[in-house]
Design a protein around this ligand. Sequence first.
Ligand SMILES: O=P(O)(O)O[C@@H]1C[C@H](O)[C@@H](CO)O1
Length: 393
Amino acid sequence: MTGYKNGIANGTNGHGGEVNGQTKNAPAYTAIENSLTKRQQSLVKDDYHVKGDVAFDEMNLWNGKLQYTNGINGTNGVNAANGVNSIHHNSKESPPSQISNFNDVMSYSYEIIKEIADYLLEKTSIRPKIGVICGSGLNSLADFLTQTDAFPYESIPHFPISTVEGHVGRMVFGYLEGVPVMCMQGRFHYYEGYPLSKCSMPVRVMKLVGCTHLLATNAAGGLNTKFKVGDIMLVRDHVNMMGLAGNSPLQGPNDPRFGPRFPPMTNAYDKELIKIAKKISVEMGIEKNIHQGVYTCLGGPNYETVAELRMLRTLGVDAVGMSTVHEVITARHCDLTVFAFSLITNKCPSDYDSDEDEANHEEVVSVGKQRQNLCAELMCKMVRAINESPQCK
Ligand SMILES: O=P(O)(O)O[C@@H]1C[C@H](O)[C@@H](CO)O1
């Protein structure tokens, strides 16, 4: 709790935020806490008491420089965390002069990404072919790796930190089914305050480290009424809602060393790998629990309204989450072959009288844990199949 509590409390000790150009003292944590309903309190407790230190410290890291330019900035919105002292400090990351929800591609130039890749390659002798991203509740996929070298994100130069419960926050190199892989145990989300280019920056690191494939997993809400909680959806395609609204990880100057200015996306998810996954699901006897479908990523962190869920269904979306799409776009831009699956952790109600529980992160993480072995088995078999495919040779 220290991070959140101290952070806000420091605000009252003369370190206010600035609202519409006026300095205001931040309210004490207890005042905020008291104004919440019991249910909100428990959600806040879960989110901030577990990871809050990290989330707030990450903000503190940018102490004095924190400016959201996406409609909430110092001049017409909130300029928070002025004067708040940092508790933990990721000294490797140079403070950005501005946090923009639009983009900071320039802060992750080819040279910086190469520096990160070289740093990792210097510290491990493993040379991964496949990059894996673990979704919420699916961190234990990395526990199946052998001969591991693990790097907490705060130890990697220029790396952000993962602030979400259920995301460990480290890059693990090792062998899965004898195949060299690197695995993100915890990813970065837009709602954590990182621009999309920063969320998907590790995919470019995977590329420069030598990976040819990206395997991404996520937790998602099931819109397709055929999907049950615990089922797996092989991602056939996505609808890039955030991109349609003008927010892309590729926004800004294009560096052709990564890929072309205008990359196609019609074959974003490799068809052959989807076929292989279906075959594997038959071998595993879980074909009834495996579907194919369309995923979309929304900005979060709130879950969707009924009207939004209805709209998404009308658009042909089968599962909704808060990640993956920008990672896949970044991967395809630099010509990684992509396979992704969603674990359906909750159903999405389509009417106001639904007796489904409201979506909540505890359930998401808990279903992830219940299905982690199944997901890991599928992942292991996919890695083995990819390694045996001519593409990977
Ligand atoms: O990292 P993923 O996409 O698996 O996590 C999903 C989306 C949010 O981060 C979280 C919501 O419960 O789960």
